[in-house]
Design a protein around this ligand. Sequence first.
Ligand code: C2E
Ligand code: CA
Ligand code: CA
Ligand code: CA
Length: 280
Amino acid sequence: AKGLGRNRYHYFTPSMQEYAKYRMLLIRDLRKAISKQEFEVYFQPIIDMNTMKVLKAEALIRWHHPERGIIPPSEFIPVAEETGLIIDIGNWVFEEAAKQSAYWREQYGVEIQISINKSPVQFRDERGSFESWIKQLKELKLDSHGICIEITEGLLLDVDSGVSEKLLAYRDAGIQVSLDDFGTGYSSLSYLKKFDIDYLKIDQSFTQNLASDSDDQALCEAIIVMAHKLGMKVVAEGVETQFQLATLVEAGCDYGQGYLFSKPIPAKAFEEKYILGLSE
Ligand code: C2E
Ligand code: CA
Ligand code: CA
Ligand code: CA
């Protein structure tokens, strides 16, 4: 019992108390961030590896914290998921991205498909998103492949949340579906068949080992062949070097995304770099 007591105390180290306090403040600030307009959507180009053109982009949220500067999503998205704040944040990202795509189409006649990350928490919550997203897309006349939703493998295991009906309804509304971080999760290959998915995104950990690890090279090739056989396109994430690009092109990969092409950038920068050149 004595030993247990001592161990218990170890759980309350000052750093943990600090973490709890830090987390509390983060949640407090996160609650106000939407109304204080501290969020911004950045866009990262997705390159078509056959034509080297950019007609797709991923929307990635950025938080400009008034005191702390930019806080990366890896730091606040998990907290937003745990607290349910991700619902409002996710709806906001969707609205911004959809409006941006509609603007580029109206202003420049260029159709950029925008991919939006949607976490399992957002699927489970009935508050809006699903029907209201489809309604908003209809209003913006973006109902034909203007939007793609990125989901992760864990969602496909969630049998009770009506995921497969929702994904079907999205597809009926012209929204495409991407399976993000492929190869890092629970991927049971049978899910790929069951859920009508349009794109597989090969996780960056595979892309980045392409030079050093011939097993990862074999895995990438196998994923691409399999995806194509099942009627899916493949997006490689985290492309940073010419070698990775060449290897992926060689393997028949369809799209690439990564710092080699561009980091995620603000809408205006994306427009200048990728849209002005496309419009006539
Ligand atoms: P993700 O969906 O896997 O997004 C890709 C991440 O990889 C992004 O990090 C992107 O900036 C980064 N990345 C892109 N190319 C490269 C590269 O060549 N090298 C390296 N090292 N990294 C690269 P980011 O923007 O920090 O986002 C992290 C994660 O946060 C995302 O991972 C996604 O899971 C989540 N997230 C971001 N925005 C949203 C959002 O609006 N909603 C939700 N639910 N999650 C989001
Ligand atoms: Ca993603
Ligand atoms: Ca990813
Ligand atoms: Ca990820």
